[in-house]
Design a protein. Structure first.
Length: 326
């Protein structure tokens, strides 16, 4: 996230595709204005429905309390396109009685609107970090938001388990901060305990039981997976899909001649156990499982099935009759 600001901006553009960073930036802006904000708080409108005249009237109308009004325009790309000339005129001479925050996916530097906001206000660019920058973001976020320290290797392990979603990583950091309590460091063992191989082994236990045709044990193991995050059961289903995909990637690599010991290290298991798993399924069987899990997730999200029924059907379908043996 980068910032270009004047000393006392009254117009802000928060631009970028990373929604988590955009939300964080808007919260930080509002906090920075807190001492001078109208007691009613910010007015938040959707860019798809907002009327330019109403937005500008709100900004130009002085508060009876002598404080500043804040208007936040969400999803403002279309709003900007439809009212570009009028917005350029306003941001060139903004009302001192209000602060305008435009939240959009893109605001090219080559546009006149960008240049004017950059000169008279504040531009906040919010794009997802890539590659090694994700690990750096994790360590910075842990230190600044949760007052916890963790090594680059521990941050990399967390990323390996959770992925590159900043929102998901922040959720796990919040859990880890609570888990370690008064300790100021998050250690590799903490990551393993909450997000690492213990949870992975529960996921793979479901798959192992399915491969052996043991439906009831598979359902019990699924309950243990679900228990890792009962507040958001969809993440447990996503974790099961992630486990299948991870096993499928390992199967392909193994077929291509990859060393089983190197694969086992990456998957936080021992080589013999991993080889047994890889021999139980071929790639086609795992692809069918992946497809059915995506269908189950869609059914749950659209309300055509419950999570319990969708997963039970998946487990029954892919127990011995549906599991191809390698």
């Amino acid at each position: 996230m980068t910032k270009e600001c004047t000393d006392h901006p009254t117009v802000f553009a928060v631009a970028g595709h990373e929604r988590f960073l955009r939300n964080e930036s808007v919260s930080a802006i509002v906090r920075s204005l807190d001492d001078d904000v109208d007691g009613l708080g910010p007015l938040r409108v959707s860019g798809d429905d907002a009327a330019l005249a109403e937005v500008l009237d709100e900004l130009r109308t002085p508060s009876l309390l002598g404080s500043r009004r804040i208007v936040i325009v969400d999803d403002a790309d279309g709003f900007i396109t439809n009212h570009r000339a009028a917005l350029e005129r306003y941001v060139a001479d903004p009302a001192p009685s209000g602060s305008l925050i435009l939240i959009c996916n893109t605001l090219p530097r080559t546009t006149r609107l960008y240049r004017i906001i950059n000169e008279t206000g504040c531009v906040v660019a919010c794009e997802s970090p890539k590659g090694g920058a994700v690990t750096a973001w994790i360590t910075h976020r842990a230190r600044t938001s949760y007052q916890k320290h963790l090594s680059a290797s521990t941050a990399a392990a967390l990323r390996e388990h959770v992925g590159d979603s900043l929102a998901a990583l922040d959720t796990e950091l919040a859990k880890l901060a609570t888990f370690v309590g008064q300790r100021d460091r998050i250690e590799p063992g903490d990551v393993d305990a909450l997000t690492g191989h213990h949870r992975e082994e529960k996921v793979f236990a479901v798959i192992d039981a399915m491969a052996s045709g043991e439906v009831e044990p598979a359902l019990r193991y699924w309950e243990q997976v679900l228990a890792t995050d009962r507040a958001a059961p969809g993440r447990a289903l996503a974790g099961l899909a992630w486990g299948v995909r991870r096993l499928m990637d390992a199967r392909r690599a193994w077929q291509g001649g990859a060393d089983i010991r190197a694969l086992a290290r990456r998957m936080y298991t021992d080589p013999a156990r991993l080889e047994r798993r890889l021999r139980r399924f071929d790639v086609d069987a795992l692809e069918r499982q992946q497809s059915d899990l995506l269908a189950a997730d869609l059914a749950v999200k659209t309300g055509t099935s419950t999570l319990e029924i969708a997963v039970e059907r998946f487990i029954v379908k892919h127990s011995p009759a549906g599991a191809a043996r390698g």
